[in-house]
Design a protein around this ligand. Sequence first.
Ligand code: NI
Ligand code: MN
Length: 226
Amino acid sequence: MDLTYYGHSCFSVTVNDKKLLFDPFITGNELAKHIDINTIEADYILLSHAHFDHVADVESIAKRTGATIITNYEIAMWFASKGITSYHPMNTGGKRSFDFGTVKCVNAIHSSSFADGSNGGNPMGFIILNDEQNFYYSGDTALTLDMQLIPMFAEIDFAILPIGDNFTMGPDDAVQAAKMVQTKTVIAVHYDTFGYIKTDHQKAVELFKNNELDLKLPAIGETITL
Ligand code: NI
Ligand code: MN
């Protein structure tokens, strides 16, 4: 399964030949200047919450690709009001089958408002169940005991977790999250983009290694195979 990292919390995963793009925030990211968003393909765009650093490039990518947005009800309606016609609203606890696999929405401990002050509903994480590899993207979240539920829903092959601290989990809590989720492989997101979340890569990788976990920090624009 191929995962391409686009910086911050934006990445795409190809699942059963469908491209799933998560939390697109590229044009506003100084570290992702070399990424041309017009080259990014998407069949689906999944949004964990409404903060600008997760949705800034949704409108342009969705309109160009015709991708279906999968997100909570409030965010789906906000994009519908911008003229986007392909969306599927969900909410925490719900699951739904699509042509690539099943999406299960799980709890995230964070906030979710749009930059214009609109209500962005509740923040969520996603489990993507499919016949290749199941994975969990936590979205922006604190470490929470709710993560202990995730192995009940699916055997997780890899997890995408924030490690930047300040706004979300830091590396120590992300290690505990990986243990609760019961996966050995973590792809790090939500670090370095802003001053508050600058992260020591070496230290984070070693911390995971000392806990018998593999932390991957792909370069922005890099595709890794899982
Ligand atoms: Ni956020
Ligand atoms: Mn964020």
